[in-house]
Design a binder for this molecule. Structure first.
Ligand SMILES: C[S@@+](CC[C@H](N)C(=O)[O-])C[C@H]1O[C@@H](n2cnc3c(N)ncnc32)[C@H](O)[C@@H]1O
Length: 245
């Protein structure tokens, strides 16, 4: 068995490619529509990953900083932004540990970033987000719903088979979420496939847990809805819009 690495050590290079069916275009427009209701100029995209949303917000005119705990994701984000002429800043950091200067008008954390945060560290993460916002600043983020974890992720295998890469994820239910053992088979230049393994740990949160943590950490909750405005009871994703008090 190969050495198992931490989340995104190998997947970083392939994440946006494998995720190309998530509707990034429509998704980012939905988020921009929400942000545009407020007078905002600068933003921090926490868990920016490969930077799709960071680039979309920057292109919309916001001065963006992308932040991620994974050096490999951040490398991908930086290289992609550079090659496309998008001038965002990128910082390597764990939102549960990083104190930020209060200079951002808004913070985003899109596409499961919050699900990667252990329950014991959620308060620290929200406290640091609050610290990074100016007074009245906006925090826009989502989680995969607790129902999605229970009914669609726990104890399943997900797979994606493409010419140059095969992705497998074995998703084991835990008391507070799932452990995902991810295996990639990546085609080398000589045609042979190289195997790579990494582990992801995600935590399932209820809407109530998130709201309580937001309130405890000095936020006022303005809006809660499902993905792209869907009914939150049926949606796989719950979107939260909050304001720093
Ligand atoms: C599912 S990816 C989403 C990436 C990107 N937002 C997108 O949608 O393309 C979740 C990201 O959150 C990052 N992440 C997880 N825990 C984090 C933490 N404590 N601080 C900062 N980033 C974190 C991961 O490294 C990963 O890049």
């Amino acid at each position: 068995m190969n050495e198992k690495k931490q989340a995104y050590a190998y997947l970083a290079k392939w994440f946006e490619y494998l995720n190309d069916d998530c509707g990034y275009e429509q998704w980012s427009q939905y988020l921009i529509d929400k942000l545009s209701r407020y007078p905002l100029a600068s933003g921090l995209d926490v868990g920016c990953g490969g930077g799709w949303f960071t680039r979309a917000f920057q292109k919309q005119g916001y001065a963006m900083t992308g932040m991620d705990i994974s050096a490999e994701m951040l490398d991908f984000a930086q290289e992609t932004a550079l090659s496309r002429g998008v001038r965002s800043e990128y910082i390597l950091g764990d939102i549960t540990k990083t104190k930020l200067p209060s200079r951002f008008d808004f913070v985003t954390a899109i596409n499961d970033c919050i699900n990667y945060i252990p329950k014991t560290k959620l308060d620290a993460a929200f406290k640091n987000v609050r610290g990074g916002l100016r007074k009245g600043g906006i925090f826009l983020f989502d989680i995969s719903s607790a129902r999605k974890f229970k009914e669609k992720i726990a104890n399943t295998v997900s797979a994606d088979d493409r010419d140059e890469i095969t992705y497998l994820s074995f998703n084991r239910e835990e008391e507070d979420g799932v452990t995902m053992d991810v295996t990639l088979f990546v085609r080398r230049e000589d045609g042979a496939f190289e195997r790579m393994d990494e582990t992801h740990r995600q935590y399932s949160y209820t809407e109530e847990e998130i709201v309580a943590a937001l309130v405890r950490n000095g936020f006022e909750v303005l809006e809660i809805e499902g993905h792209l405005g869907e009914d939150k009871e049926r949606s796989d994703r719950i979107v939260f819009l909050a304001r720093k008090k």
